[in-house]
Write a protein that binds this ligand. Structure first.
Ligand SMILES: [Zn+2]
Ligand SMILES: [Zn+2]
Length: 234
């Protein structure tokens, strides 16, 4: 809590260029002008932007079934967004969480509400990795989102039981195998029927799928996800 207050009082920096912004602003005017949020048409499954209005799903989601029901994302993972999320994740820019969460609540709040979400669950880090980094970026994002939307955040029922290698070094099949046993579900998740998984980046969906599978095996009816940025649908 105190950390949150410090984060809020500290001069706010633009999440895209990292310059200090005027009081009351969250993004500098120059970056704000360039900001592109994902808008319709999007893939009905993963939320990636689509080129054609007529398509229901992106190429990825036509090829494979997902364990989750549907997802939504704020940005395409490119340019200034990619750099921003990188700093948020690896360079201790924890304060960006508030901006991401506010935008998610504002632009995707309705989408989330319509799904009847009862709890928000951040994608956990393995304890070794969390120790190394000092924080779980997905959890910070989830906490602000939960607070803004009045939805409880449940952080300890899903754990990362295997310290998986960074996913970006692996191909699709390797990612899947790598993640098969990566998550474990602890007690009490069954009380929730509809869960929103929250993560920073969605690439192939294998992480969200692996987590969703474990939650569903534990008795959760449907799993949705929200993330800050997502790969292009191709
Ligand atoms: Zn800026
Ligand atoms: Zn898709």
């Amino acid at each position: 809590m105190i950390q949150n207050i410090i984060d809020l009082l500290y001069p706010r920096r633009c999440p895209f260029c990292d310059e200090i912004v005027d009081w009351g602003r969250m993004v500098c005017p120059a970056c704000e002008e360039r900001l592109v949020f994902i808008s319709e048409p999007v893939c009905k499954r993963c939320g990636k932007p689509l080129e054609e209005e007529t398509a229901e799903r992106c190429f990825d989601c036509m090829r494979k079934e997902h364990a989750y029901k549907a997802g939504t994302a704020l940005f395409v993972h490119q340019g200034a967004v990619r750099d921003s999320v990188y700093r948020f994740k690896y360079k201790n820019k924890r304060e960006y969480a508030y901006f991401y969460a506010r935008q998610t609540a504002k632009r995707r709040g309705e989408w989330i509400r319509r799904r009847g979400i009862e709890a928000i669950v951040p994608i956990p880090l393995h304890k070794n990795r969390q120790k190394e980094r000092g924080y779980n970026q997905a959890e910070l994002y989830a906490r602000f989102l939960g607070r803004l939307m009045g939805i409880p955040v449940v952080n300890h029922c899903l754990v990362r039981s295997v310290d998986t290698r960074p996913q970006k070094e692996l191909d699709d099949v390797q990612r899947k195998n790598n993640l098969k046993k990566a998550f474990k579900c602890k007690k009490n998740i069954v009380q929730f029927r509809y869960i929103l998984l929250v993560d920073d980046i969605y690439t192939t969906g294998s992480t969200v799928d692996a987590a969703a599978m474990v939650l569903k095996q534990a008795g959760v009816q449907e799993v949705f996800f929200a993330c800050i940025s997502i790969g292009m649908g191709f």
